[in-house]
Each structure stands twice: as structure tokens, then as C-alpha cells.
Design a protein around this ligand. Structure first.
Ligand SMILES: CC(C)(COP(=O)(O)OP(=O)(O)OC[C@H]1O[C@@H](n2cnc3c(N)ncnc32)[C@H](O)[C@@H]1OP(=O)(O)O)[C@@H](O)C(=O)NCCC(=O)NCCS
Length: 144
């Protein structure tokens, strides 16, 4: 990463925004990466008991001008940390699922780097298109 990219990355903060329910009334948690109050990347996570998961990763988008800075990976980490700290100590919400288009090498690499594994060999239909289903299970935290 160049010095300019490092400086840009330092000026970006990631936070969890309000959790509006999505159109199917599931809890949806949004994570935004902002630079000077401008959103430069976004991702969300839906709480959903389906596909053997508790959390479905959704909607990761990085503004093309801010790609290649590792923001997708940071957004993956932010979502897992949020689930760990806010939910897992109390409930057993620890299974994550992401659906990735087979050609999306960047997302596949970032998810694998964060410990996701290909969940099943066959492609699955998600939002009308073929996707690779990837999953990660985090350690059970001590219940407080
Ligand atoms: C896929 C996506 C989220 C990756 O985000 P990101 O934060 O840029 O990811 P990374 O920083 O890991 O960069 C990914 C690759 O893009 C390369 N890259 C660098 N500059 C880039 C640029 N200006 N534009 C595109 N890619 C660039 C990086 O070098 C890296 O490749 P490498 O791993 O070979 O080094 C982003 O490309 C995107 O928003 N794509 C469109 C929506 C999408 O596909 N979402 C994912 C749904 S699962």
C-alpha cells in the first residue's frame, strides 16, 4: 500500500449504524465506513435462522475510488466483532454465512482470509443467481 493509501485509510472510520428492520422485518445491522462524513463503503448483516446460520452477510459495496484499501476485510471484521460483543455473550448467535459470486475473487479472498470456508461444494441460488456459500463459526464465548 502506498503512503497516500495509508493516509486515506487512517482517515476512514467504521461504525455500526442503527438497525432498521428490512422489508421482511428481519433485524438488519448496517456498517458504514466514512471519510469526512461521506460514506465510502457499506455492508450489512441480517439476523436470520436459515442456511444453518444465524447471520447472513449482505450488501458489501466499496466506492470504486476507495477499493484496494482493505475496507471489505475491515467490514467483515467489524460485523463479526459486533456479533461477538453484542450478541454472543448472551445468545448462541455465532454462525455466519456469506454468498459470493464465483467470479468475485476479491470477496472470496477476503472471506477466506477472515476464516470463512466453502460451506458446500454445489453452488446455491441466492437472489436469483448462482453463488458460493461460505461459512464461519466463531468460538463460543463465556456466557455472562
Ligand atoms: C468486492 C469489493 C467489495 C472489494 O472491496 P475492497 O475493499 O476494495 O477489497 P480489497 O481492498 O481487498 O481489494 C480487492 C482487490 O482490488 C484491487 N484494487 C486495487 N485498486 C483497485 C481499484 N481502484 N478498483 C478495484 N480494485 C482495486 C486490490 O489490489 C485487491 O486485489 P489484490 O487482492 O489482488 O491485491 C469491491 O470491489 C466492490 O465493492 N465490488 C462491487 C460490489 C461487490 O462485488 N460486492 C461484494 C458482494 S459479496
Amino acid at each position: 500500500m502506498t503512503k497516500t493509501q495509508e493516509e486515506t485509510l487512517k482517515s476512514i472510520t467504521i461504525s455500526q449504524e442503527n438497525n432498521p428492520f428490512d422489508f421482511e422485518e428481519r433485524e438488519k445491522y448496517c456498517f458504514v465506513a466514512k471519510r469526512k462524513d461521506k460514506i465510502v463503503a457499506f455492508a450489512s448483516m441480517v439476523r436470520q435462522e436459515e442456511f444453518g446460520a444465524n447471520w447472513i452477510f449482505r450488501d458489501c459495496q466499496v466506492n470504486p475510488r476507495y477499493r484496494g484499501l482493505g475496507l471489505q476485510r475491515k467490514l467483515i471484521q467489524a460485523r463479526i466483532e459486533f456479533a461477538k460483543t453484542v450478541f454472543t455473550p448472551y445468545l448462541d448467535w455465532r454462525h455466519f454465512i456469506a454468498f459470493v459470486r464465483p467470479k468475485n475473487q476479491y470477496s472470496l479472498n477476503n472471506l477466506i482470509s477472515e476464516g470463512f470456508l466453502v460451506f458446500q461444494d454445489e453452488l446455491v441460488k441466492f437472489k436469483g443467481a448462482e453463488h458460493i456459500q461460505m461459512g464461519k463459526t466463531i468460538e463460543v464465548c463465556e456466557k455472562s
